[in-house]
Design a binder for this molecule. Structure first.
Ligand code: GRF
Length: 190
């Protein structure tokens, strides 16, 4: 079976990456994670190293400005000729070079029900607002902040005694299968 190449971008613990890797071990999986790129020494890179998948760190502080970092990030991704680029807890906005190279083929997962609570603190903001239902969204990435087309969503109930961490953990539990499902769908379609 010819599996389509996927590059995953992370900044954090990589639980979504781990779910993508687990699912890719099944015989009928239509995609293969061919590289993982991070913007920092993210703990989640260990999942890729354990699976002997190439990793790369492209740090903003190693470049003179944002534009050259954007170019370097794009080059690091392009090397692996992915069919799909997955932002899985990647905590930076991607710039025009990556969008130009892979526009329509970059997806992101966000821990809130967009268009509510975009940005870096979706879980905290939902909790502070007092919503009773929140969740996660997988979207197509465009030039805005979490403004792209919504591909899939899952809802999660907010409990009275939730903290940001407890709520985020329950969101991650539904976010992982949702992301895997979307990646499978987008790679099965070719
Ligand atoms: C996810 O909930 C993602 O939506 C958010 O940060 C979390 C990253 O988790 N942006 P992980 O690094 O995949 O464990």
């Amino acid at each position: 079976m010819n599996r389509l190449p996927v590059v995953v971008l992370i900044s954090g613990t990589g639980s979504n990456l781990a779910a993508l890797l687990d699912a890719s071990r099944t015989a009928e999986c239509p995609y293969q994670v061919v590289a993982v790129v991070a913007d920092r020494d993210a703990p989640g890179l260990e999942h890729a190293r354990a699976a002997e998948i190439p990793t790369r760190i492209v740090r903003l502080s190693d470049y003179p400005d944002r534009a050259s970092w954007d170019e370097a990030l794009t080059a690091a991704v392009r090397t692996h000729a992915p069919h799909l680029v997955v932002l899985a807890g990647f905590m930076k906005l991607v710039g025009p070079p990556l969008l130009d190279a892979f526009g329509g083929r970059i997806i992101n997962t966000h821990p809130a029900l967009l268009p509510s609570f975009p940005g870096a603190h979706g879980v905290r903001d939902a909790l502070a607002h007092g919503v009773k239902i929140t969740g996660c969204s997988v979207i197509e990435v465009d030039a805005g902040v979490d403004t792209g087309r919504i591909l899939a969503q899952s809802a999660v109930e907010v409990l009275d005694d939730d903290t940001e961490d407890s709520l985020h953990e329950r969101i991650k539990a539904v976010e992982q299968p949702l992301l895997v499902d979307v990646v499978r769908r987008l790679t099965a379609a070719g």
